[in-house]
Ligand binder design. Sequence first.
Ligand SMILES: [Zn+2]
Ligand SMILES: [Zn+2]
Length: 452
Amino acid sequence: MPSSAPAGASTEEEDAVVAAGAIATSSAAPDAGDPEPQRNKGRRRRKKRRPRAPTEEEVAARRLVLRWACPGREVVAADDGQAAGAGRARVRRPRVAVELHAHSARSDGTLSPAELVERAHRNGVKVLALTDHDTMAGVPEAVEAAKRHPIRIIPGVEISAVHSPSDESGSGAEEPVHILAYYGSWGPARPQELEMFLAGIREGRYARANEMLLKLGGLGMPMKLEDVCKIAGNGVAPGRLHVARAMVHAGFVEDLRQAFSRYLYDGGPAYATGSEPTGESVVQLVCRTGGVTVLAHPWALKNPGAVIKNLKAAGLHGIEVYRSDGKVSGTVSSTGLSDLADTYELLKLGGSDFHGRDDKEEPDVGSVDLPVLSVFKFLEIAKPIWHNAIKEIFASISKRTTDLNGSNGFRRISSAGDFCVLRLSCEDPELTGASEVEVLRTEVADIVLTHQ
Ligand SMILES: [Zn+2]
Ligand SMILES: [Zn+2]
């Protein structure tokens, strides 16, 4: 999570609690075509600006994004401020509520995946990426909940990693980085490989929590790992936020903010690092498994330029630039981040990083006003990657089908067409349209042929 933690910026999810109240002023969001991404009520009166008319490019992009977000639903025109028959000069910038960064109770959020989907839907979100820390365990529940609402789920995950400065930069210490991964609706191409990787990180979190507790014990605040795990919830790998909650619960600190500002901040007296992989290895893994990689909250990094350069070399696709208040804290302004994104030809994305804390200052799910052109560019990059992942999934399954054919119950799947029909009819694959299904059928036919 974004932060301006007391002892230097931090990227951990947990210091959201520190960050929420400590937003440094900075320039507004960067995109030239995005005049008012901020919803910072109160402090400064928003300048009244005449909304400019959307460009043709924006209108077209919005249409395409909506078609993807709500396949088969002709809500597009009704929902469109620029609908041709509107008659009035009702000029609105094209928007589609897309939330690309949100957590559920499957990591350190408070809402269940289903509750998160409900809330996102209530807030007008049309596309929601569930990005729990180091786990995709909440995705099936979110997808199930989304069937009751016109909302598309992007299976995602926010992966914990570290950046070690390379010898050329030489400056600064290791720092944590979080990398968001976005998969297509069929999930990662090699789910086992990804899951093993994530499981390794989750195990490291238990060791890390233990180390933090040892340090806190040495500081006169004895607590048990089982208490922290109880707070984290069933099967949820504990993080700093859970340790902080345990500290509040035990009465060692007044609130979460104090737990972080006194003990748990990066490099603090009770801070411990986990056994996280390098950022580069995470980016490579996500690319290998058919996902899109985006660096989370780079404004919280001490050395964003070096991190972004290294990760780009590993295959990074984008960075977060937008946040709900249109401002950034930390070492670099949003304009600076936008420039970095331009330099390295990276997508400019963002999300609320919603955790469902009991904190009025926390941005709500869906509160980031992501320009529709950013979403469009994201899809341009993502779709071929996701389609390739689907091809790989098909290839893997059809290979197994071929292997099994003749031995037992797979006889009924005798051709790629049958396989597709079976798969497409039972899985509600959320593909964008009939033509894509057709293309897929052809591709799968190719795959199956080459495997026979
Ligand atoms: Zn994070
Ligand atoms: Zn996050």
